[in-house]
Ligand binder design. Structure first.
Ligand SMILES: [Zn+2]
Length: 119
């Protein structure tokens, strides 16, 4: 597979930056949402309180996923800056533009990803 062109890199970088911005926004919004749930717990009955706790639990796991996603994006942007972007972190093969378009933050080629998923 060929290395990425400057144009392809620019396109992927724009996608990474856009996703990074929306994740950061989501994480900020989420934080105040889970704080609101904590406050509500003193005001509502037992059943609603369990609902609220469940919602808070979901908010926490969504938040953890967003944080993990954000971390991958930061690593991808760092790799872009150092010229390592687009190569698999495991086997060092080119990841390929089509896969990067679908998941610009991925650090693995499709072969390594499949191997990981099967473990
Ligand atoms: Zn690989």
């Amino acid at each position: 597979m060929d290395e990425l062109t400057a144009e392809q890199l620019a396109q992927l970088k724009a996608a990474l930056l856009a996703t990074q911005a929306s994740l950061e926004e989501q994480l900020q919004g989420n934080k105040s949402a889970s704080e609101a749930v904590t406050l509500d717990q003193t005001l509502v009955g037992r059943v609603s309180r369990m609902d609220a706790m469940q919602q808070q639990q979901m908010a926490i796991s969504t938040r953890a996923q967003a944080e993990q996603h954000l971390q991958q994006i930061r690593l991808a942007l760092a790799a872009m800056a150092s010229g390592d972007y687009g190569f698999c972190r495991r086997c060092d093969e080119a990841i390929g533009f089509a896969r990067l378009q679908a998941r610009p933050e991925t650090p693995l080629c499709i072969a390594c990803q499949n191997r990981l998923d099967q473990q």
